[in-house]
Design a protein around this ligand. Structure first.
Ligand code: NDP
Length: 324
């Protein structure tokens, strides 16, 4: 709920506030700006979203040669701003959706109100919950090979996970590391066939099956990991200098808990083929509501849908007021 300590008496009011600035939020901003809704985008802690931590994007249509993630998000921002979207720094720290206009607080001090909201807060990497994982985060433990891989030249590293992200991270790390262990808790991968084939064909990658990492070792940096075999219960130590955790993502929807209907893992539930949430005039797009596809292009697609849904809702309100 919006903070009790912030007064909304003179809060700025907007027709539409978009929360988050990845492909979903910025596409919603583009469409809404072109529909003259003067959208305000509260960009959040990672302006540009997850693609900011990516290198080459080769599967976004329109870029036949590929494009760097940060460069692509810069283009998204420029395009939305060109039509008048107001992109603001800051993070929505609390929100009250109990009545309209909705109340938001940015960075625990700036109150705003809005007739409609588009939630496009995305998702963040999950961690294993190992005793020393968070202490060594940034000191050899990472959830982003594309961000940190270059720090691991000529050493051995490990990747945890059996999905597409784990394969992608492992393949990327072979550019720098002498060897990349992929540690997976089962004996079969979840990753797509093409990614599996690429990983199996790379002789720098070695799979450790049916195994779980139980801790990360090291004082100032990672010196190794301990592993438990799930079949025979045996334990071993692997002297790697880096641990890349690639076990999926968590939607960034905590501030909406108890207000918007969500599934058990926190993904916002939308109505049918629309972006409507359980609260009228609140729409959700991108990874915050999609645990299946999670692509930049699908996020952008649902961002445009959310803007169209918001625009139609506002138009219906206006025509109802004229008729009344
Ligand atoms: P996924 O959910 O697909 O895979 C997560 C992996 O982590 C699984 O293998 C899972 O094991 C494992 N895992 C989960 N929790 C734990 C744990 N506590 N301990 C050990 N292992 C664990 O996530 P991804 O991030 O890989 O992919 C998400 C989506 O994005 C997918 O749809 C994927 O296809 C897509 N994607 C596509 C890419 C591409 O096309 N280039 C690139 C990256 C992602 P288990 O298999 O046993 O459940």
């Amino acid at each position: 709920m919006a903070s009790d300590t912030v007064s909304f008496a003179e809060a700025e009011h907007h027709q539409l506030i978009i929360v988050g600035s990845g492909p979903a939020g910025l596409t919603a901003a583009l469409y809404a700006a072109r529909a003259n809704l003067s959208p305000v985008v509260i960009q959040g802690p990672e302006p540009g979203g997850q693609l900011i931590t990516t290198t080459d994007v080769e599967n976004y249509p329109g870029f036949p040669e590929g494009i760097l993630g940060p460069a692509m998000m810069e283009k998204f921002s420029e395009q939305a701003a060109r039509f008048g979207a107001d992109l603001r720094w800051g993070t929505v720290s609390s929100i009250d959706l109990s009545e309209r206009p909705f109340k938001l607080v940015v960075d625990e001090r700036t109150p705003l109100t809005a007739d409609t909201i588009i939630v496009s807060t995305g998702a963040s990497a999950r961690y294993l919950g190992l005793p020393n994982e968070q202490r060594l985060l940034g000191y050899g433990v990472s959830a982003c090979a594309t961000c940190d891989g270059a720090f691991f030249r000529d050493v051995e590293v490990a990747v945890v996970g059996g999905g597409d992200t784990a394969m992608e991270e492992a393949l990327f790390l072979t550019r720098f590391a002498t060897k990349v262990y992929v540690i997976h808790r089962r004996d079969e991968l979840r990753a797509s066939k093409i990614m599996q084939d690429r990983a199996f064909a790379n002789d720098k990658i070695e799979f450790i099956w049916n195994s779980e990492v139980t801790d990360v070792l090291g004082e100032k940096g990672v010196e190794g990991i301990t592993i438990k075999n799930n079949v025979d219960g045996s334990t071993s130590t692997l002297p790697v200098k880096g641990l890349f955790v690639a076990i999926g993502h968590k939607p960034n929807t905590d501030i909406f808990q108890g207000q918007l209907e969500m599934d058990e893992t926190g993904y916002i539930i939308t109505d049918g083929k629309s972006t409507r949430t359980s609260i009228e005039a609140v729409f959700a797009s991108g990874d915050a509501q999609d645990h299946v596809y999670r692509q930049a292009i699908t996020a952008a697609g649902t961002g445009s849908m959310a803007a169209i849904d918001a625009e139609r809702w506002l138009a219906e309100q206006e025509s109802a007021e004229i008729t009344a």
